[in-house]
Ligand binder design. Sequence first.
Ligand code: CMC
Length: 401
Amino acid sequence: MSELLKKVNISIEEIPGLGTFVVVPKGLEQVIVDTTSISGVDPKGENTLYRGYTIEDLGMNADFYEAAYLISYGALPTEEEYKEYRKKIDYWRTRVPEKLFDALKILPQTHPMYYGAYGVTLLGQIYAPEWRIDKDTLYDHQIRLIAQLPVIFAAAYNLAHHGTYLRPDGELSHAHDVLRMITMREPSELEVRAFESSLVLYMDHGFNASTFTVRVVGSTLSDMYSAVAAGIAALKGPLHGGANEEAMKMFLEVKKIASEKGVPMEELIVEYIKDKLAKKERIMGFGHRIYKIKDPRTDVAIEFVRKLKDGETWYKVLKNAERVMWEVKKIPSNIDLYTAILYYQLGIPIPMYTPVFASSRVVGWTSHYIEQVLNNKLIRPVEKYIGPSGLKYQPMSHRRK
Ligand code: CMC
């Protein structure tokens, strides 16, 4: 046992007067903090599952409503359940309160993840000024959040950048309408399916940083809107959801240098990555806390990348980038490397990549919120204080530098 604990850097400490504590590694690496039946790596450690189905299976086959229903309620919908659920999502997507659109009109050109956190807390004040934990009501709030978060992002971004926005259209499928509102143009059928598949791939992922944040907020019995706003804040960071934007900035830099030098992008990427690694820089879109060999979501995303604009060129760039990262660092790519290219091919503005991720992960966040509050225990770890002690307050005139 003690050998095992040492292997994962865990120790047990007695603190006189306080009790017995488990000391875990920084970043909670290799630490299981609770159970969930929503998503995670299967017991054999082979696949990542949503409610029993592999992410790849759903990414290839399920539409947005089916995957969201599965994650929320635990089973794929029957035809009747599907129709009912779809109707609700499409209805609420077109019912974003006018007050909220008015509030979006005053926002400056900042990162759109701010718009999401801002919009969601406004929604909370409109729909749930007084919060109560009641099973049926929780699912109603969840549907509204899933339906309306992408509308907030698309409208706020386009208002800030173009002074106008597209209203939601309840006759279109959710993925179609969201892509249309973001890009302000009519997408093709293939583009809609590529986008929808990426939403399915992003929908949930165990206790990742933003989902854990949502669960921490939920565990205080705060409301679902505040918890989702906190999830958006956590996802914004470049080590998490923000990586897809950073990866695309890298590809565009490579594209520019390649065209200046007159060499193919797929060749230049190799030198570019080697150079960055030599300077000890991180390459965004690579590495994962769980996947050390391969992120299975990339297998689905690549299918769509290849079919979209300049697909074969981007395929070669991706494969060469992966090859050199594996040769030098033994680090695999993650989904963000692939969605970066996919969203570029779809004409989505780069600052909207992480908001798209959030518009999908909101399904997972709200499901985890519900799972947490319906079987709650306040999440409150203990710190190990290593600062000074015994100091006494001194008036300012007595303090020395
Ligand atoms: N580029 C270069 N080196 C890396 C990278 C990378 N992308 N990722 C990890 N490493 C190195 C790191 O420098 C360290 O090396 P050393 O031991 O020599 O100091 C080693 O690998 C372990 O890194 P770590 O940060 O301790 O590992 P972690 O499990 O805490 O990191 C991670 C996971 C995702 C934060 C990290 O891989 C990273 O920063 N990746 C880039 C950002 C990124 O793509 N994030 C998206 C994650 S997947 C989608 C999502 O959930 O948002």
